[in-house]
Design a protein. Structure first.
Length: 97
């Protein structure tokens, strides 16, 4: 099993911009070594006849046709729903005096 030393934990902490105490360093040494141990076990699995897989459900992307269309109703339709309008614009109450 791979052993992570104190310097490696300190380097990882520095790269992640984390402050770690001496007790945390010992804890992380153990935890990271355990993780690398699992990776070594997984690395020994024979995958010669296994195809690379990125999507396991068989779903694929569906794209809409790329065509221009208005994303809002026309001006007249908008003004028809406005409480008040004037000269083709929506009229609102005055905000500043």
């Amino acid at each position: 099993m791979a052993k992570i030393n104190k310097e490696t934990v300190q380097q990882i902490a520095q790269l992640a911009r984390l402050e770690v105490s001496e007790s945390d360093i010992k804890k992380y040494q153990t935890e990271l070594s355990g993780i690398l141990g699992y990776v070594e076990i997984i690395d020994k699995v024979d995958t010669k006849n296994v195809e690379p897989t990125a999507q396991v459900t068989g779903l694929s992307d569906v794209y809409a046709e790329d065509k221009s269309r208005p994303s809002y109703p026309g001006r007249d339709e908008i003004l028809k729903n406005a409480p008040d309008s004037q000269n083709g614009f929506i009229k609102v109450k005055r905000v500043l005096e």
